[in-house]
Ligand binder design. Structure first.
Ligand code: PBG
Length: 326
């Protein structure tokens, strides 16, 4: 039936009805807050390009997670800033590595109340800032699998609830799955950063995690932003290798990839609303150029609408506050 019998505006006139027919709802259950943990005590180093975010020592991280939980957000994604770095990232594979210590402290305080996702990568831990071991000036895929598996196992032993490899090496899900299974962690899920693009949107994060590459770039392992078919191959392979959740990253410029993944596969999807996406909104908001809160909700809603089940975002606390006030 066409106009004038059909009038689509009819369903938009009453706010209660408008809510009733809303197709997408964002909930605190969807959100994951990324956090940066550093050595020391009582350390809070604000990250200048990411207002409201800081590198936190373990004691303050524990406090911060208390605030996050009080707002109703139940999951965090941890990144570490180590005391020292080395050639291969071996500093991230021990009982006393920074994230492992943080996980134990958080688990001691919050137990199962807090779902801890541990990012697995080498870039924060290598002197050169690349995500793997360098051989002849290039990241060596298969050698890197060894450190990734060792780091994953050590994080699982510390109590991580989910292991999330973000390195983009081929075969890492299979290697990590086998290592976890061989050591009694067959029930620890893997959230794979499957379609992770070589993106300028990671800029602020690299300040936050002190992980910028010292030479070259990440284009030989992260994906070309021009590609969508290739993302489907990456995701298909990760599912075959045993990923429990697949991720698309960044989110905003890749909503088509999220939707295509949703339509193609039957698996939970995480989307990472990354640092640059956050900082742009904060900067424009601070200048009074946009309504920060409305822009934030529009972005998060669009990521959910595109098909994401899980949204990793530096806005997690702000979204939770918004939801409790509306
Ligand atoms: C580590 C990693 C990165 C991000 C998450 N894990 C940076 C990178 O690949 O350079 C980016 C997150 C963000 O920008 O918020 N490999």
């Amino acid at each position: 039936m066409a106009f004038p019998v059909t009038r689509l505006r009819r369903l938009r006139m009453n706010p209660i009805l408008l809510d009733m027919v809303s197709e997408t709802t964002v909930s605190v259950n969807d959100l994951v807050m990324p956090l940066f943990v550093c050595p020391g005590e009582n350390v809070n180093n604000p990250i200048s390009s990411m207002p409201g975010n800081s590198q936190l020592s373990i004691d303050l991280l524990v406090e911060e997670c208390g605030e996050i939980l009080a707002l109703g957000v139940k999951s965090v994604l941890l990144f570490g800033i180590p005391e020292s770095k080395d050639e291969t990232g071996a500093v991230a594979c021990t009982h006393n590595s920074i994230v492992q210590k943080a996980i134990r402290a958080l688990k001691e305080k919050y137990g199962k109340e807090l779902l801890i996702i541990a990012d697995v990568c080498n870039c924060e831990y290598t002197t050169h800032g690349h995500c793997g071991t360098i051989v002849n000036g290039e990241v060596d895929n298969d050698l890197t699998l060894e450190t990734l598996a060792a780091q994953s196992l050590s994080l699982a032993e510390a109590g991580a609830d989910i292991i999330a490899p973000s390195d983009m090496m081929d075969g890492r899900v299979q290697k990590i799955r086998k290592t976890l299974d061989d050591n009694g962690f067959q029930n620890t899920p893997i959230m794979a950063y499957s379609a992770k693009y070589a993106s300028a949107f990671y800029g602020p994060f690299r300040e936050a995690a002190e992980s910028a590459p010292k030479f070259g770039n990440r284009r030989s392992y992260q994906m070309n932003p021009a590609n969508s078919d290739e993302a489907m191959r990456e995701i298909e392979q990760d599912i075959e290798e045993g990923a429990d959740i697949v991720m698309v990253k960044p989110a905003m410029s890749y909503l088509d990839i999220i939707r295509r993944t949703k339509d193609t596969f039957n698996i939970p999807i995480a989307a990472y609303n990354v640092s640059g996406e956050f900082s742009m909104v904060k900067a424009a908001g601070a200048n009074g150029w946009v309504d920060e809160e409305r822009i934030m909700m529009e972005i998060i809603t669009s990521i959910k609408r595109a098909g994401a089940d899980i949204i990793i975002t530096y806005f997690a606390k702000d979204v939770a506050k918004f939801l409790s006030n509306h």
